[in-house]
Unconditional design. Structure first.
Length: 432
């Protein structure tokens, strides 16, 4: 009985050691990366730590036979398991996966800004037949790092019918825009600086901003820093004002995410983004995020009725959904992996800086758009001149017709059907 108890304790201890081997391997990888940025060095050290701890766990799990030939059998079993596992983990860690995605094609009318901030950003300018609105519309995509220059250009070009010049661009690190060698360079403050540099470059006194998801937070931070440079602002399915946008996209449950290479890259990113970038470059992480977006499909929201997918201002013509809604199969979506994972801390006191501003603002909230009701309510409470319009599903994906109609009504000062309650309407789904 005592022998059985000792064996059970030994087995449990061995199992615990085996479970700790990948954790300690990642710790060895991260610790070495703090000392040297050479991927050949910190990768080998991490794998060596993993292999050593894994071998110790096997020694504890496999019983010790009393006969001599049994000891040789035990040694061969341990060695065989060790070689098989370490070989697979080493291959999965060192070998970049094939992305299986075609290159991101250029967009019709695509140009490039070379800004004083040092950023090189791809953009499309959509011109009306005659400019009747002095403050151009600038569209800020979400994510961070989730760009769709083609889809957004096709959709928001509908605003030119009201005399607005419209600018759609890919933020730094996403889509067709420049990637940085040092991911430390990404952040909300850099995006705000880029946006003001865009305003100066296009020669606009003020901007009309439409921000979706993280883009809404960017619009709010820009408004707080440059309050006299915004004429109107739309916060579409906005991310919370006072929280760092979620960087869990690359770690959502997926057969791709729990690979040793992805975990190694994520661990390195938390220790030294430059080391992560040296280990797994932009094409690899961008392709990985693209795959996750394609696997996610249209998300958990039920699709709206077909009638919602037409633009009432254009006699029911089918309407292409804007950013994040496009189904592209194996075509690259323009995701920015490192831009998505970069820490973007909202400026301290952002909510207080917005208080008292009389800039006309609109919050567009969907019943199932992936953002919380409290986040949308935070914008309405922070800015006194804010109205909220509630649409079914995800407005970007499910209700592009009503969504565009709402934008045009707000920008041209036409009547809007607003939602004034503090509690979400029946049927609203907060993200889990």
């Amino acid at each position: 009985m005592r022998a059985l108890a000792r064996w059970a304790v030994r087995l449990l201890t061995g199992a615990a050691v085996l479970a700790m081997s990948p954790v300690l391997g990642l710790a060895g990888l991260a610790g070495t990366a703090m000392l040297t940025g050479d991927p050949d060095v910190f990768t080998v050290v991490g794998l060596a730590v993993f292999a050593s701890v894994f071998f110790l766990g096997l020694l504890l799990c496999v019983p010790r036979p009393r006969v001599t030939w049994g000891r040789w059998t035990r040694a061969l079993v341990i060695l065989g398991i060790e070689v098989a596992v370490v070989w697979q983990v080493t291959g999965a860690t060192l070998r970049p996966p094939p992305d299986g995605l075609s290159p991101l094609p250029p967009v019709a009318g695509q140009r490039e800004w070379r800004l004083p901030t040092g950023s090189r950003l791809a953009y499309v300018r959509l011109a009306p037949k005659r400019v009747t609105r002095p403050d151009p519309v600038v569209v800020l995509h979400g994510g961070p790092g989730l760009a769709d220059l083609k889809g957004d250009s096709a959709f928001f070009g509908g605003l030119t019918a009201d005399g607005y010049p419209v600018y759609v661009y890919d933020q730094l690190g996403a889509g067709h825009s420049e990637r940085l060698a040092d991911p430390h360079g990404y952040g909300l403050s850099r995006d705000v600086a880029d946006l003001d540099a865009i305003r100066q470059t296009i020669g606009a006194e003020r901007l009309t901003l439409i921000g979706h998801g993280y883009g809404a937070q960017l619009a709010a931070a820009y408004l707080a820093a440059h309050r006299d440079r915004v004429s109107k602002v739309v916060f579409s399915s906005p991310a919370a004002l006072d929280r760092t946008p979620s960087t869990a996209t690359l770690l959502s449950p997926s057969r791709n995410v729990l690979s040793p290479r992805v975990l190694a890259a994520y661990t390195l990113l938390r220790v030294d983004p430059r080391a992560a970038h040296a280990f797994a470059g932009d094409p690899e992480l961008d392709a990985h995020l693209d795959r996750l977006r394609q696997e996610a499909g249209t998300g958990p929201c039920p699709a709206a009725s077909p009638s919602a997918r037409t633009d009432p201002t254009r006699t029911g013509a089918p309407l292409q959904s804007p950013s994040g809604a496009r189904q592209a199969g194996k075509v690259a979506l323009g995701s920015g992996g490192y831009a998505n994972l970069a820490q973007r801390l909202p400026p301290p006191g952002l909510r207080q800086d917005l208080a008292g501003l009389a800039v006309p603002a609109l919050v567009v909230k969907g019943s199932c758009d992936g953002q919380s009701w409290s986040a949308a309510l935070g914008y309405r409470r922070a800015l006194p001149a804010t109205r909220l319009v509630y649409l079914e599903g995800d407005p970007h994906r499910d209700s592009p017709g009503p969504y565009l109609q709402t934008l045009r009504a707000f920008l041209t000062d036409r009547p809007l059907t607003t939602y004034d309650g503090d509690d979400p309407p029946p049927g609203h789904t907060d993200p889990g």
